[in-house]
Design a protein around this ligand. Sequence first.
Ligand code: PLP
Length: 395
Amino acid sequence: MLPEKTLSWGLSRNCMRELSAYGARRKQEIGAENVYDFALGNPCVLPPEIVNQSIIDIIREEGNTVHAYTPAAGLLSLRRKIADDLNDRFHLDITADLLYIATGAAGALAASLRGTLLPGHEVICLAPFFTEYRVFVEAAGGEVNVVLPAEDFSLNLDGIKAALNDRTKALIINSPNNPSGAVVSAEELTHLGDLLRAHEERTGNTIYLISDEPYREIVYDGIDYACPLNYYDDSVMCYSFSKALSIPGERIGYFAVNPRMEDAANVYASIVGAARGLGYVNPPALFQRVIERSIGCYSDISEYKTNRDILCKGLKELGYEFAKPQGAFYLFVKALEPDALAFSDRARSYELLLPASNDFGCSGYVRISYCVPRETIENAMPAFKALMDSYAVKP
Ligand code: PLP
């Protein structure tokens, strides 16, 4: 007898990974240039030079000692440097003793949820949302309460108000959003903070705002990133260096508990305890040092903006409908039939790999990851046209 939950997560389909595996096989069959693989969010822009240079320098300077264990929470010097950078940029008061280096945002989220939820608690997830939230919440003993999006993917404050109840313990916010590319404004965060505080006062229950922000440096058109921790004290930041530094395979990020939270030290201790219980101690030692030398450096985000603009222009001219993304590197496009899975299957017959929105908690869309080489977008346009035309022809 195996645990039902873990067995089902292990056996369940992950639409994106399946499509990507299919794409790898298909590229062997017909040539990589003939498959338009928009399935995964793997950054296509190189990391800044300082990342590779630091790896070489650190090995030369420190030799094999670099591979030794570090403190479970990560090097203190790195945690201080990250805290200083956050405080400078976002006017926060993050302290190193409330910040823990984690294995990507995934590790940070899993620990944050496990350290704050009791069995039966609910977590509000704002659709469309990163597919793994459901697994992280359920693994922590919680239940997902999905709030469907507003038409333009702005924050659905009425939906959130209606979803709040006595079992609500947390709300996950993800700005810029994967998969819609929406960036939550300061005004929306002010309203959200008011709503959560009012609910806390009414019920006497603490609600944690878990801010999942791996894309916060990837914003376009001069939009200012508003940091959720400035709008609500009972908040935890989960960050990953995967996207803005283009190092997703190195598995490094952090969580930081907002020091403005009343019980911050205990909440931090509980999340650290959860990380310990999950075996998430001592993140990759070499990359802790690399990050320490790379704070403030990012990959060339302008590449993604150009990709976004080419894609949006091309698809708009063909008649596709979408809200123009303000950040991250995803475009969430309306499927041309009500069943997004059927649309994704039809797109695949034109060699377009577009995961259906069902796994993101809402129906009727597909996601296009435009963190791909420019020519993939340009060469895919005839396939997007053929796909659109196929819906004009009566079956
Ligand atoms: N949150 C969101 C919204 C993501 O898109 C991802 C990864 O794509 C993660 C969390 C997990 O980040 P990481 O792979 O760095 O753990």
